[in-house]
Structure formats: structure tokens, C-alpha cells
Design a protein around this ligand. Structure first.
Ligand code: PFF
Length: 467
């Protein structure tokens, strides 16, 4: 009965676009380019590609598969597929918590992107000629960061839009939004890359991103590549599991996981090929952190012909990418209440969205105030590491370096040991392999059983300073 009423994607393309929408986000357009720069370019990119292929894709297959099998959001999925009261449910619960935490600060950064669409549209990023005018463009970010009212305003607006889309539901909300925004995002990004190829700085950017500067690659960089592959593919917190739970029985898991990961990787690489040529062509260096998109890019736009249009294009692109990821984060949290507590969708979404919004307020105020005092922050830092600059950074560090890898570990073990055991008992080899060669299936199984867990444990030991 309940199953008959459960939402489903309208089509396979709809699922792929929504899942790619979850994966493609600030992680691709903002974080990937600067960590690539920091870690020596090409060698880091190569290792990142290995991580995506050898750990990311297999875990995604496992996650989507568990969701499709259970037809439930994370906590229920783990609960249903294992005996009552099983500790596996904790993996699902950790995912719900991670979605809550990540969306709270993700929305603040997405709010900055929206604010920049507004600034671009009002001509703030055009016609800068003198050094003073150019510096004034770069100064917008510092002013925004330290302005509590503006941060709260855009955070509120972004959360309201996210809540609106998720309230409408899977097909008419999440899927439709992704069907509109994702193709638009690809077109905008391709336009930016084509433009970037015409600039003087293109060759230098290619050397920067793809040149093998192995001297700059450290063990920490390798682990950062692995950690980032979780964040960028939306793995480890049940987002892909939840989206998989709305799949139709006849849709395959393996091919779609490859497509989603391929699209995500393509966007990350294209982002580098758009951002760095523009940065270098206008005489800037590759800044780290928010500076890359919120300072370098507007400064360049302000000096280029047609800058206002390019700026609008870029920040709409960033907003779309963030929005399709945010709706997946909210869907994970809300679907727990829909599936487990049988709340109506509107109530689950409004209440969880509202709670996340409130929890995001300290992040929105991170630049302007020391809300919890530095003692609180240094405590988080001493327990979990990270640069602990403020509440916002601490949450990001906690979620991306601890919650997602830990969740990924649980999902990998669950899919490869627990589910495999059940399926073997049912002798469902055909369903297990999805028509793939047995060797490929066994490779997948052992990656999830051994390779991925070892890799994840290494990341954690490194984060703890043991390695
Ligand atoms: N994959 C998103 C990004 O790269 O920005 C972030 C994200 C979305 C992480 C959804 C986790 C998640 F469940």
C-alpha cells in the first residue's frame, strides 16, 4: 500500500539529471579548482580521477543499489534490509545528520552566489578601469562577508527556494527543476570555457591544471583527493541512496552511476578550464577559498568587454549548481520524516527546512561576529582538526572529512557484505550483476569490501595525525 503511493522519477533521464544535479555543485565549481591548484595540478588531477573511478563510482553503485532495493530513505533502508534494531541504521542516521549540517552552511555560500547575480545585474561588475575601481570590485566580497543582514537575507531566500522545490515533490519539484537547470548549467559552462580558450591566459591555465608539478603533491594531497571525491559525488550520506529509492525497478544502477560520475568529473575539469584562464588573463593569481570565485572572477569580469553578461552567466551557473545540490540535501533529511514518521511531505519539508535554516544562522554570521566565542571553535578544532577559523569552516571540516567518509564506509560495507549475503541466499545472481560480466561484479564487490574501507580508514588516520 505505502509502496504504491511512493514517488518515482518520471524517467531515467530525470533520475540521471537529478542525481547529476546533486553531484555537480559548489564542490565542482569552487572547491575543485583551488584544491587542484594547491596540490600541484596534473598529478593531483590524475589521482583524483583514480579515486573517482576506483572508490567513488563503486560506492555510488552500492548506494544507489541499496536505495533502489529498499525503496526507502536511508534510515528505513538500512532498517528494512537488516533485522530490527540493527546498528546499520546508525549509518542512515549519520547521513540525515550530515545532510542537516552540510545544507546549513551550503545555503550561506549559495546565498553569496545569488547576491552576486544581483550585483552583476545591477552593473557592479563592469567598466572598471582605474586601479581603484578594480579594487572596489574585489572589495565587495569582504563587505558581504562581514554584513550579517545581507548574509541572513540571501540565506533565507535560498532556503525558501529550496524548500519550495522539495515541497512540490519528486517528479514535479526535484526532477523538473533538474531538467531545467542542469542542461542550462552545461550550456553556460561550455560557453565560459569556449570564451576562456580565446584568452591569453589559457595556455598558462592548462599548464597549471594539467602540468605534473609532482613536487607539490603530498600524502595529504592524495587523501584530500579521496575525501573530495566523496563530497563531489554526494556520497556517504544517503543522497544517492534516497534518489535511488525513487528509481523504477527496470532502470539499471551501474550505467547510470558511471554517467553521473562522468558528468560530475567533466564539470569539475571544465570549471578549471574556465576559471583559471580568466584569472590569469587579468593578471591575478589562483587564490584559494572563496576568493577564487567571489573576488577573482568579478574582478576579471569588471575589466572585460561584455563583463556584466558574463558575470550574470557565471553566477547564475553557480546558483543553479548549488540549488540542485541543496534540494538533494534537504530531500535526504525530509524523506526520513516522510518515510519513517509518515509525515505529509509539506510538513516534513517545512519543519526540517526551517530547522536547517535556523542552524545555518551562525554560519551566515561567521564573517561578522564571533557568535560562540573562540573557545568553542578551538574546542571543535582540537577534537576534529581543521583550521577552525570559524563556525562555518568547522562544520565544513566536520562534515566533509568525518561524516561523509564514515557514512561511505558504512554504505560500502553494508552493500558488499550484508546485501550480498542476502542476495546470495536468494540466489539472485542475475539481479546482483545486472548483466555485467561476473569478473566486473566481483571486482566491485572486493573494492567495496576491502579497497574502499582501507582507503577511508587511511584518510581518517591521516586526519587524526596518526599517519
Ligand atoms: N556534491 C555537492 C557538491 O559537489 O557541491 C555537495 C553535496 C551535495 C554533498 C549533496 C553531499 C550531498 F549529499
Amino acid at each position: 500500500m505505502a509502496e504504491a503511493k511512493r514517488s518515482q522519477w518520471g524517467s531515467k533521464v530525470g533520475f540521471v539529471l537529478a542525481a547529476a544535479g546533486s553531484a555537480v555543485g559548489l564542490g565542482n565549481l569552487w572547491k575543485f579548482p583551488y584544491i587542484t591548484g594547491e596540490n600541484g595540478g596534473g598529478a593531483f588531477v590524475l589521482i583524483y580521477l583514480f579515486c573517482i573511478l576506483l572508490v567513488g563510482v563503486p560506492i555510488m553503485v552500492g548506494e544507489v543499489y541499496v536505495g533502489k532495493l529498499a525503496q526507502k530513505a536511508p534510515v528505513g533502508a538500512f532498517g528494512d534490509l537488516t533485522p530490527l534494531g540493527s546498528p546499520w541504521k546508525l549509518v542512515g542516521a549519520l547521513g540525515v545528520l550530515a545532510g542537516f549540517v552540510i545544507l546549513s552552511y551550503y545555503s550561506v555560500v549559495a546565498g553569496w552566489a545569488m547576491h552576486y547575480v544581483y550585483l552583476a545585474a545591477t552593473g557592479a561588475f563592469s567598466g572598471a578601469e582605474t586601479a581603484e575601481e578594480i579594487a572596489a570590485v574585489g572589495a565587495h566580497f569582504g563587505a558581504l562577508y562581514a554584513n550579517p543582514g545581507a548574509n541572513i537575507f540571501w540565506h533565507t531566500l535560498f532556503m525558501a527556494i529550496t524548500v519550495g522545490i522539495v515541497t512540490v515533490g519528486i517528479q514535479k519539484g526535484v526532477e523538473l527543476a533538474s531538467r531545467i537547470m542542469m542542461p542550462a548549467l552545461f550550456v553556460m559552462l561550455i560557453a565560459l570555457v569556449i570564451y576562456a580558450t580565446t584568452l591569453d591566459g589559457f595556455d598558462r591555465a592548462v599548464g597549471f591544471v594539467f602540468g605534473f608539478h609532482t613536487d607539490q603533491l603530498t600524502g595529504g594531497g592524495v587523501l584530500e583527493a579521496l575525501g573530495h571525491s566523496f563530497f563531489t559525488l554526494s556520497l556517504g550520506m544517503g543522497a544517492m541512496l534516497t534518489y535511488g529509492s525513487y528509481m523504477k525497478k527496470e532502470d539499471g544502477v551501474v550505467a547510470t552511476s558511471f554517467i553521473i560520475s562522468g558528468l560530475d568529473t567533466a564539470v569539475a575539469l571544465m570549471a578549471c578550464l574556465a576559471l583559471f584562464p580568466i584569472t590569469f588573463s587579468y593578471g591575478m593569481e589562483a587564490a584559494a577559498g572563496p576568493g577564487l570565485v567571489f573576488v577573482n572572477m568579478p574582478t576579471a569580469f569588471a575589466q572585460m568587454p561584455g563583463g556584466t553578461l558574463w558575470a550574470i552567466l557565471f553566477f547564475v551557473l553557480l546558483t543553479f549548481a548549488a540549488l540542485t545540490s541543496a534540494i538533494s540535501l534537504l530531500e535526504v533529511v525530509a524523506s526520513y520524516f516522510i518515510d519513517e514518521l509518515k509525515w505529509p511531505r509539506w510538513r516534513a519539508v517545512a519543519l526540517t527546512g526551517g530547522a536547517i535554516f535556523l542552524f545555518g544562522i551562525p554560519s551566515a554570521l561567521s564573517g561578522g561576529t564571533e557568535l560562540f566565542g573562540s573557545g568553542f571553535q578551538s574546542k571543535i578544532q582540537s577534537v576534529f582538526g581543521g583550521d577552525g577559523k570559524n563556525w562555518f569552516d568547522s562544520l565544513d571540516y566536520l562534515a566533509s572529512n568525518w561524516m561523509l567518509p564514515l557514512g561511505g564506509l558504512g554504505i560500502a560495507l553494508f552493500a558488499s557484505w550484508r546485501i550480498e549475503e542476502v542476495k546470495r541466499r536468494e540466489a539472485l545472481l542475475g539481479e546482483r550483476t545486472e548483466g555485467a560480466p561476473l569478473a566486473a561484479y566481483l571486482a566491485w564487490l572486493w573494492i567495496l569490501r576491502v579497497v574502499a574501507p582501507v582507503a577511508i580508514v587511511l584518510v581518517m588516520l591521516h586526519a587524526l595525525g596518526v599517519l
